[in-house]
Design a protein around this ligand. Structure first.
Ligand SMILES: *Cc1c(COP(=O)(O)O)cnc(C)c1O
Length: 371
């Protein structure tokens, strides 16, 4: 078979991820591949860990990037922390809560799903009632930033409730990390995972993750083996943590890690607080423009994520045709609605590098032309 090199078009990525990856990160990824046990590479891995600790605001020793996308971070958290018959309370207010439920079931746990309407944040009273009703629950899981709806949830309060009832707290911050305030140690979160392709603006395929000492203890004292070999943290710990004595577990995705490292260096240059502030300010600017176009948000103002704006598709506007036009004529990608919101909303991402004034103006002008 004869084939030509693949040359992708230059798109502007303003959907639910991936976000724009800047040249600096792409150039880092194009550097020579070296061995993953090369001391020089190990030094970069150690630095990546420190930079991730900064991004998560944690001192957790067990902080690293899983060699697979955000979903693997989710699976890694549940695979390691859920033992057969463990009750897990899941705060579900969108698409990703449903996936948490499936994970709990697959690892032999008993999911207790607490539903809130898509587009609203998690109701803390319901979580508290569930904890009172299920005194034997072991874990409370929640989604910091629900990418399917653009709703922000309060993982600090959920974690506090979990701890008050002797539970661990698992938090999905795939879309939250770097885009909205997050303080893993201050809030006491036990297990948290993210992705590289949302507000970190590195290429997709890695999942930054972090575990507290309490989580680590639970994993070390499991009665049964973790049901996944690849994601078993007992095996991975020696690979990421064993200073100098790193042994083979799997071949790290070397060049993808160069990219993540560079994206994290850029974060340290900008400063975490400045990144949170930039995401917020740009969201306000987009909001102003959307209001001028008479476009309405799904989520009420105080619960909105700055990096994911779910807006109602205006009456009489064709969903698919409009998005195709944006992609083909404007090189602009925005997201469709997921699940119950399919055909009802669009999702405009202002994540990481994509969150800038030029993109906002371009997006507003393009939207005005297609609707
Ligand atoms: C994107 C996303 C994931 C999954 O990440 P992938 O990198 O696509 O596997 C999980 N949870 C949330 C909230 C997300 O937005």
């Amino acid at each position: 078979m004869k084939a030509n090199s693949f040359i992708p078009p230059n798109r502007i990525l303003m959907g639910p991820g991936p976000s724009d990856v800047c040249d600096r990160v792409l150039e880092a990824m194009a550097r020579p591949t070296i061995g993953h046990l090369d001391p020089v590479f190990i030094k970069m891995m150690d630095e990546t860990k420190q930079l991730l600790q900064y991004a998560f605001q944690t001192q957790n020793e067990l902080t690293f990037a899983v060699s697979a996308p955000g979903m693997a971070g989710m699976e890694c958290s549940f695979a390691n922390l859920v033992e057969p018959d463990d009750k897990v309370i899941i705060a579900k207010n969108g698409f990703f809560g449903e996936r948490m439920k499936e994970n709990v079931e697959r690892f032999g746990g008993i999911p207790i799903v607490i539903d809130d309407e898509w587009g609203t944040k998690v109701d803390l009273n319901k979580i508290e009632s569930a904890l009172n009703e299920h005194k034997d629950a072991k874990i409370v899981a929640s989604v910091h930033a629900e990418t399917s709806t653009g709703a922000l949830t309060d993982p600090e309060s959920i974690t506090k409730l979990a701890h008050d009832h002797g539970c661990l707290s698992i938090v999905d911050t795939v879309t939250g990390l770097v885009g909205v305030p997050l303080k893993v140690d201050e809030w006491g979160i036990d297990a948290i995972y993210s992705g590289t392709q949302k507000c970190l603006s590195a290429s997709p395929g890695l999942s930054p993750i972090s575990f507290s000492n309490a989580a680590k203890e639970k994993i070390k004292n499991r009665k049964s083996k973790v049901k996944s070999w690849f994601l078993d943290l007992n095996l991975i710990m020696s690979y990421w943590e064993g200073e100098g004595g790193r042994s083979y577990h799997h071949t790290a995705p070397i060049n993808a890690l160069y990219g993540l490292h560079e994206a994290l260096v850029m974060l340290s240059e900008e400063g975490l607080e400045n990144s949170w502030k930039r995401h917020k300010e740009n969201h306000m600017q987009l909001r102003e423009g959307l209001e001028k176009l008479n476009i309405e948000f799904l989520v009420k103002e105080e619960d909105r994520l700055p990096q994911l704006n779910a807006i109602y598709i205006p009456d009489g506007v064709n969903d698919l045709e409009s998005r195709q036009k944006l992609l083909n004529e404007f090189n602009l990608e925005i997201g469709a609605g997921l699940g119950v919101l399919a055909g009802k909303v669009w999702r405009i991402g202002l994540m990481g590098q994509s969150s800038n004034k030029k993109n906002i103006e371009y997006c507003l002008n393009s939207l005005a032309e297609v609707i």
